[in-house]
Design a protein around this ligand. Structure first.
Ligand code: F6R
Length: 609
């Protein structure tokens, strides 16, 4: 969602704040702002649109602020505008930046208005600035003022405040929205994501829920929610990933699509010990735990949810264990039954998705005893709060549309399937076949990427289309869902996915030559059924694009283009057929000229519900 960067130093911090914002921009990018502090003076700049527009108005950097806070926004309360952009101020004394949602902002706002505070924005965040200002009437300490203010907040926050009267001081607080301190030499930093500080530090301290931190150039003090000093672990992370580096690709999304063979090698590295897959892939505790598991409950959002849906087919088919998959925002707001000996699995690229995190917390509360996260960020809240973790090692994903994270999640779920199967004494012959195929997976994905040019060529057909339909059967149905999600999110073409057998129960009414129908057709036991569904579309004048196994015969007709995909094991097909669908959405969006890496209205890492 939104991104926060703050710095207090003995040098001008303007440029490093801007660089930090740029690194975070993929998280939210509808407006950005920055407040610098020097000589008891605030200088604030805010712009709608991307950080580059903010950088342009900052000009020559003549105001050498040594303390500063900056924010890139993804609007929740109040439209994207300069006025609603952060930092928010109170009486030219307090400036704050905030991630999260303050649920009780309305009564707070009314109370503050009655006390004479004037609100200039429509945001929920502005109340925080005024609350801190009101508290400063009773104390000179910014730390105490922030502590008093946050005690009144209901909702989620990661925030940083500065006081015009207190040079070289920032106070940060966390509840439900991550905050990380970057340690420097004679300067210190704070951000909502370590990546914003990667160029500045390799030593980090993550705030825990309820923590408040007093940050000055030469000191950092952390307190709990009772304002008692606490010690939090300092970790070394040397990840100087240049987020500007597209490695010659036109977009991060295309780079990340091409990184998939490497990402799969990374995720499989040191995990393919087939003598004890559970231990090699999921850690020392896993063999005993997975041996006792009788049921799997998966919870996730968006693309990660689609990975879970594929795993349901795999787990029930190959590991012979029952599995249920649910969207996190649904799971957390209904009363569900906790099956005995159930493994609760969360899937999240970022590890900070608010609904998934809250679903995990709820699961632990209602009696799930074993939790496993499949996650790409080692320091994330979901990883810290799960008992078992599968670290994806997919590398940083910058494109808002998830690509390599999805195939790596699928790989982790394939390993989970094999590990449970092995712990439950599956057939040796099957396990041997499974092991051989898994070893070949990265190479197979590399081969599939060769279809790129043929997909780029057919993307033109979609450029004037308003709608598209994706069809699949079995474990390819979630892949059709993922294909539809990718197309709508970056090309803004309305796309829906159906299990192909459902066509005749309604969607067939939509078929005409203006709505392309995309079919994923690997060579599996459902192929003949799928061919009948293709006939149904054909008979009604539909135009089809069929991604089909190169070994399968299709009669060529004018209204159907067949794109040949290298042959693979049926249960590897979800990974394999994802690749052409990712490429299709990319090339359609390229023709349409959309903002591929930062599509409208979206943000990476959805830390608000
Ligand atoms: C779509 C996409 C989103 C995310 C979803 C969950 O391309 O990226 O649907 O998959 O917001 O995010 P994570 O996996 O970080 O929990």
């Amino acid at each position: 969602m939104c991104g926060i960067v703050g710095a207090c130093a003995q040098r001008s911090v303007e440029e490093l704040l801007l660089n930090g914002l740029q690194a975070l921009e993929y998280r939210g990018y509808d407006s950005a702002g920055l407040t610098l502090l020097a000589h008891q003076t605030f200088k604030t700049f805010k712009e709608t649109g991307k950080v580059a527009r903010l950088a342009a108005v900052l000009g020559e950097g003549t105001f050498a602020g040594t303390t500063g806070i900056a924010h890139t926004r993804w609007a929740t309360h109040g439209k994207p505008s300069a006025v609603n952009a952060h930092p928010h101020h109170s009486h030219d004394r307090v400036a704050i930046v905030h991630n999260g949602i303050i649920e009780n902002y309305m009564p707070l706002r009314q109370r503050l208005q009655q006390a004479g505070y004037i609100f200039v924005s429509d945001t929920d965040s502005e109340v925080i600035a005024h609350l801190i200002h009101a508290s400063l009437a009773h104390t000179d300490s910014l730390l105490e003022a922030v502590h008093t203010a946050v005690a009144e907040l209901i909702g989620t926050y990661g925030l940083v405040a500065i006081d015009r009267h207190q040079a070289d001081t920032m106070v940060a607080a966390r509840s439900g929205s991550p905050m990380v301190i970057g340690h420097g030499i004679g300067e210190n930093f704070i951000a909502s994501d370590q990546m914003a500080l990667a160029a500045l530090s390799s030593q980090f301290t993550y705030l825990e829920e309820g923590d408040i931190a007093l940050i000055q150039p030469k000191s950092i003090a952390i307190f709990d929610d009772a304002l008692q000093p606490v010690v939090r672990k300092q970790v070394e992370i040397d990840a100087k990933v240049s987020v500007q580096d597209k490695a010659g690709f036109r977009h991060f999304m295309l780079k990340e699509i091409h990184e998939q063979p490497h990402a799969l090698r990374q995720t499989l590295r040191e995990r393919l010990d087939f003598s004890n897959l559970a231990r090699a892939a999921f850690g020392d505790q896993a063999p005993a735990l997975l041996a006792g598991v009788e049921h799997v409950q998966i919870v996730a959002c968006g693309t990660s949810y689609h990975a879970g849906l594929v795993a349901q087919y795999w787990l029930e088919d190959m590991a012979k264990i029952s599995c249920r998959v649910e969207i996190a925002s649904e799971f957390r707001y209904r009363n569900s039954i906790v099956p005995s000996n159930c493994l609760f699995v969360t899937i999240s690229q970022s590890g900070e998705t608010a609904d998934t995190l809250e679903a995990l917390r709820l699961a632990k509360k209602i009696g799930y005893q074993h939790t496993l996260s499949i996650c790409n960020v080692a320091t994330s809240s979901i990883v810290r709060e799960s008992s078992l973790n599968y670290m994806m090692h997919a590398g940083t994903e910058i494109g808002v549309a998830s690509t390599k994270a999805f195939t790596v999640q699928l790989t982790g779920l394939l390993l989970l399937t094999g590990a449970i199967a092995q712990q439950h004494h599956c057939h040796e012959a099957w396990f041997e076949q499974y092991s051989q195929a898994l070893k070949q997976l990265p190479q197979i994905i590399e081969n599939v990427l060769n279809v790129e040019q043929s997909i780029a060529d057919l993307a033109e057909d979609f450029s004037d289309k308003q709608h598209a339909l994706f069809l699949g059967r079995g474990e390819q149905y979630p892949i059709a869902m993922e294909g539809a999600l990718k197309l709508k999110e970056i090309s803004y073409i309305h796309a829906e996915a159906y299990a192909a057998g459902e066509l005749k129960h309604g969607p067939l009414a939509l078929i005409d030559n203006n709505m392309p129908v995309i079919v994923v057709a690997p060579n599996n036991e459902l192929l003949e059924k799928l061919k009948s569904n293709i006939q149904e579309v054909q008979a009604r004048g539909g135009v089809m694009y069929v991604f089909a196994d190169q070994e399968v015969h299709f009669d060529c007709i004018d209204s159907m283009k067949v794109i040949r995909i290298p042959h693979c094991e049926p249960w590897l097909a979800p990974l394999v057929y994802t690749i052409p669908l990712q490429l299709l959405s990319y090339y359609v969006a390229l023709i349409k000229g959309t903002d591929i890496d930062q599509p409208r209205n979206l943000a990476k890492s959805v830390t608000v519900e």
